[in-house]
Design a protein around this ligand. Structure first.
Ligand code: NAP
Length: 270
């Protein structure tokens, strides 16, 4: 774990991956040395992720497992029940991190309620850490001011060369939060980008590796997903690339606010 990041770098994403595909993906990643796995109750794959973890030789203490609570489970004791159900499906005794997957749409459930409940899961030992995902700057400030909110360690948000999310990233980091960047490869779109390709050629790397290096060099934890061992290995090796300031700037200029994860219940983005 890097000195100033509160999550291991990198993590392995598991969105969309199901059954044997996710079992193979997590197993291969653990063999390659990944120690941080990102899942969610919404992904409908916690049982399979748990099977891969159980089958691996990696000790539980060396692993960092994140799951998320869906926004339909924020009222009443929904957060606590959701975390307990995730633990059961994963076959784990504790989580390393539980995130609120999306803020409650239109504030239907007050943030003060579900952040306090999230912190209760930490106090009860169901998770070591708590965090948020898809929170805007104003929502980050409000979450941190909620009772229990001082324990939030990360905001997991979309970050890739076409959505630099600069203001939100800097805001979170200025508040002492680690930013976790999801969809760092823009779900495959980075591979077709000529500027990334040209930079990659000079580093004898791939466009995907350059995109990951650019996110990581901004002090952001990356969680790419891959079903291929060769890609997982390349993604690990990407973090050894040191991009020059000029190359970082060139990639900064690809930002076009091109957001991929934008459901109708999303907050009003910064
Ligand atoms: N909090 C949230 O709301 C939220 C939303 C979305 C995602 N997430 C998390 O973020 C994770 C990452 O996002 P994502 O999985 O949607 O997209 P992503 O990681 O940006 O892209 C995954 C795609 O890139 C390909 N890929 C991976 N490594 C590659 C490489 N080295 N070279 C070429 N292609 C490569 C994969 O194909 P192959 O399988 O062929 O390698 C896959 O199609 C998710 O899995 C999930 O855990 C969170």
């Amino acid at each position: 774990m890097s000195a100033n990041l509160s999550l291991p770098q990198p993590g392995l994403g598991t969105f969309r991956l199901q059954d044997d595909v996710v079992i193979a993906s997590v197993s291969s990643a653990l063999e390659l040395g990944y120690r941080h796995i990102d899942t969610a109750s919404f992904y409908n794959n916690e049982e399979a992720v748990g099977k891969a973890i159980a089958a691996s030789d990696v000790e539980r203490e060396s692993l960092f497992v994140t799951t998320k609570v869906w926004h339909e489970h924020l009222a009443g004791d929904g957060v606590i029940e959701s975390v307990k159900a995730s633990l059961q499906r994963l076959g784990l005794e504790y989580l390393d991190l539980v995130l609120i997957h999306w803020p409650s749409p239109h504030d239907e459930v007050p943030m003060e309620h579900y952040i306090a409940k999230l912190n209760e899961t930490r106090e009860a030992g169901l998770t070591r850490h708590i965090g948020i995902s898809n929170f805007t700057m104003a929502q980050v400030d409000r979450a941190l001011a909620c009772p229990g909110g001082e324990h939030i360690i990360t905001n997991q948000i979309e970050v890739h060369p076409f959505l630099a999310n600069k203001a939100l990233v800097e805001h979170c980091q200025s508040k002492g939060l680690t930013v976790t960047g999801y969809m760092p490869l823009a779900v495959g779109k980075v591979m077709q980008e000529p500027v990334l390709q040209e930079i990659a050629d000079r580093y004898q790397a791939t466009a995907a590796q350059v995109a990951l290096a650019w996110v990581a060099q901004r002090n952001i934890v990356v969680i790419p997903s891959s079903t291929k061992s060769s890609h997982q290995k390349a993604n690990l090796e990407a973090l050894e690339l040191q991009l020059s300031d000029a190359d970082m700037q060139a990639i900064n200029s690809l930002d076009c606010d091109d957001r991929i994860a934008n459901p109708d219940f999303a907050p009003s983005w910064d």
